[in-house]
Design a protein. Sequence first.
Length: 74
Amino acid sequence: MDQMKNQDETDVDCGGISCPKCEASASCQDKIKNQDETDIDCGGSKCQKCEDSKMCKDNCDCVGGICTSNKICS
């Protein structure tokens, strides 16, 4: 591991024949609830606000600005 993308690596120190498989980067379009998302690919500090009926932590997570006491955007 040399902290460089070289030889046949597909990213820094991963991919290709000799190195371990590269991990998928978390994103707001990966169809997985990860990072600090409150529902799949929405809410939290990195992704867009969630539509109605999606899970939320507070009003800031919701397009409509309302997170109910049941933690659902309304």
